[in-house]
Design a protein. Sequence first.
Length: 105
Amino acid sequence: MTDRISNEHEPDVGASGGGLVAQNQVNCPKTIVVNGREHRFAGEEIGRTDLARLAFPAMETAGRGALTVAYDRGPMDAPSGILSSERKTRVLDGQTFSVSRTDKS
């Protein structure tokens, strides 16, 4: 399954390294908010790597440092939480994400 994330002011970022993506015709685009900025997302789930690309478009996602991703307004079974490195969350319209990074211990 491929997802589509877009922002009017930024180029698409790709889950496979290029640009987030081949359009998924099945899913209706949802509006998500990442660090206070709205983005359109047409997938069912999103993970830390895609959220980091939206929050910090100029950052290398494979770089050093720690990344913290918290979300709110999520699905009923997990309405809020923190995403671990391999975890994804189901995306709902209006869901908010807070992504922060540090290179200090």
